[in-house]
Design a binder for this molecule. Structure first.
Ligand code: ADP
Length: 547
């Protein structure tokens, strides 16, 4: 029919009959419309796509078959202006009233500048559109999962995305550490049916021991995903399934099923069931591939969330333990302070009494006792300082003082109590500085006593000062045991002591450097060290000379 109305053969083109045959049987939909937009020809593929008989389609205005008339007009205008349309998407109306996504490409046929007709190719893009939608869904779900660390909240959002646009019912089961399948989340477009399914699951845990093929337990056990396109409860006729279950399946009117395991690094962590209750929505391979990718993503995110929650819990527990430890230290150090102060006073009274009575042996023993009381006092003072740091109550009295003079005083004092080491001073001129003399002195005492303690073979301890650019710097160098590289990052942490034999050999609580670092920090200074295991260490600080 149309061949008479315009399509001509010329030269090398095939014979008329074969060209007509080609157009009529082309797997792509083709139609021709005249200059009034009336369809004059449609091939079999186009009629099949829309479900019309030739008489119901040919002879009709083309616009009738487009869902959006304004959009159709726009396309027609574009076709007129540009002479062609390439890959334009549209929705066409099928005979049964449903819509189909198509991609159209058209051009004009002119004769002597007169428009004779338009010819169009119509391709069905339902599958492409479906894949596009599923990809969009997958990305949205990925974003929802990534945006929250609350598993329950993320799953609620995902279920809202999936129901009802993709499926009618979703059941997410997790494999617990005890080996039991646990219902994590369930969603159904009909709340009544959802209640019924939840009630059933509460009383019927997943059978992981002897699961039958096609059950959730089977997917748990084997890790095999399963697509049952046309599901009927009778599928279970051959296995021993309780009547209640079959009744539930019938009541839910399930028509199509997909079971997909969630796997993380090859380990099955759960199974997700997708259930369609709509005879129109029969799952196909595209859906199946989508849910497999979807469950992979979900599995990984759920695992990450689980790890995050585990670590968070662990940190919270540690914080709680630390809090209790701090409270204990605070109470213990306060309670110890008073008896130790009295002990010191009584030791001194006894010392002078025995001294008057010339009881040399008792005086010597009391002197040793006095030294031990002093050690105890130092420990208590350190603990009290830690408590003060925690509570932000470490007070500073900033005054001008001669830095080198203080260093000399401390060095002399320390030299008096050590015979094994020689303290050598290398002091460079410094103008008076502003700071808390006692607290800075406490840092220097800590550096020197550590240098003595951790170089048991004796040798020199060098104290170096240098000043300039409104800064003073002090370093204490020893040739002792040094600090292993891997332990160095922890050295200023509270209660940290280099682990191993040395922590038993040398007494201490791991507080001196922690307190020192806080004192230097409060002077806006910098505390640092260099150390090599077996060779020695140098501990330094640098502060502004006018803090
Ligand atoms: P304490 O000496 O009471 O344990 P510190 O906080 O002063 O506590 O020191 C923390 C740890 O750093 C020490 O336990 C020790 O392992 C290491 N350390 C400190 N100074 C030196 C040093 N000069 N040489 C080797 N190790 C040191």
């Amino acid at each position: 029919m149309f061949l008479e109305s315009g399509i001509e053969n010329s030269g090398a083109t095939p014979r008329k009959e074969s060209l007509q045959n080609f157009l009529e049987n082309s797997p792509v939909g083709i139609h021709i419309a005249d200059d009034n937009g009336i369809i004059t020809f449609a091939n079999k593929a186009e009629l099949d796509l829309l479900g019309y008989k030739e008489g119901e389609y040919v002879g009709q205005p083309l616009i009738r078959f487009y869902q959006d008339h304004d959009y159709f007009d726009k396309l027609y205008q574009k076709l007129k202006n540009e002479g062609f349309l390439k890959n334009q998407q549209a929705k066409m109306i099928c005979k049964d009233g449903s819509l189909v996504d198509v991609m159209i490409s058209c051009n004009f046929y002119f004769e002597d500048d007169k428009l004779i007709h338009t010819r169009c190719f119509t391709r069905d893009i339902t599958e492409i559109k479906k894949s596009e939608n599923l990809l969009h869904l997958l990305n949205r779900a990925g974003e929802e999962l990534a945006a929250t660390h609350d598993t329950g909240e993320a799953l609620d959002k995902i279920i809202k995305l999936l129901i009802p646009s993709f499926t009618d019912m979703v059941v997410i089961n997790e494999l617990n550490a005890d080996g039991y399948g646990n219902l994590l989340k369930m969603g159904h477009s009909d709340p009544q049916k959802m209640k019924m399914a939840e009630e059933y699951r509460k009383n019927h845990p997943i059978n992981l021991n002897h699961p039958y093929k096609g059950s959730v337990g089977y997917s748990f056990k084997t890790g095999e995903p399963l697509l049952i396109q046309n599901f009927t409860p009778e599928i279970f006729n051959e296995v021993n399934v309780d009547d209640e279950y079959v009744k539930i399946l019938k009541d839910l009117s399930i028509t199509s099923v997909m079971l997909v395991p969630m796997q993380v690094y090859g380990r099955i962590t759960g199974v997700v069931s997708f259930l369609s209750c709509n005879p129109e929505n029969i799952y196909d391979e595209t859906d199946f591939n989508f849910v497999k990718s979807f469950c992979n993503r979900m599995a990984l995110t759920l695992e990450n969330t689980r790890l995050y929650e585990e670590i968070k819990k662990e940190i919270e527990e540690r914080i709680e333990v630390d809090k209790k430890k701090d409270e204990f230290i605070s109470i213990a150090s306060h309670e110890l302070k008073t008896p130790v102060t009295s002990l010191k006073a009584y030791t001194q009274i006894l010392q002078s009494t025995f001294d008057e009575n010339k009881n040399i042996q008792a005086v010597e023993m009391l002197s040793k006792m006095d030294k031990q009381v002093d050690k105890l006092t130092t420990l208590i003072v350190d603990l009290l300082d830690v408590t003060k740091i925690d509570k932000g109550e470490l007070m500073f009295e900033m005054k001008e003082f001669d830095f080198n003079e203080m260093v000399k005083e401390i060095a002399e004092e320390m030299q008096r109590i050590t015979k094994s080491h020689k303290i050598v001073l290398d002091l460079n001129h410094c103008d008076p500085i502003i700071g808390d003399r006692t607290r800075i002195g406490q840092v220097i005492v800590n550096f020197i006593s550590n240098a003595i303690k951790y170089s048991p073979g004796g040798d020199q301890i060098i104290i170096k000062t240098s000043c300039g650019n409104y800064k003073v710097k002090l370093s204490v160098l020893d040739k002792g045991i040094g600090i292993p590289k891997e332990e160095q990052p922890n050295i200023f942490r509270r209660f940290f002591r280099v682990p191993g034999k040395s922590s038993y050999t040398f007494p201490g609580m791991g507080l001196g450097l922690y307190i020192s670092s806080e004192i230097i920090r409060r002077h806006d200074g910098r505390i640092f060290f260099e150390s090599e295991e077996g060779k020695g260490s140098s501990f330094s600080f640098e502060i502004n000379s006018h803090s």
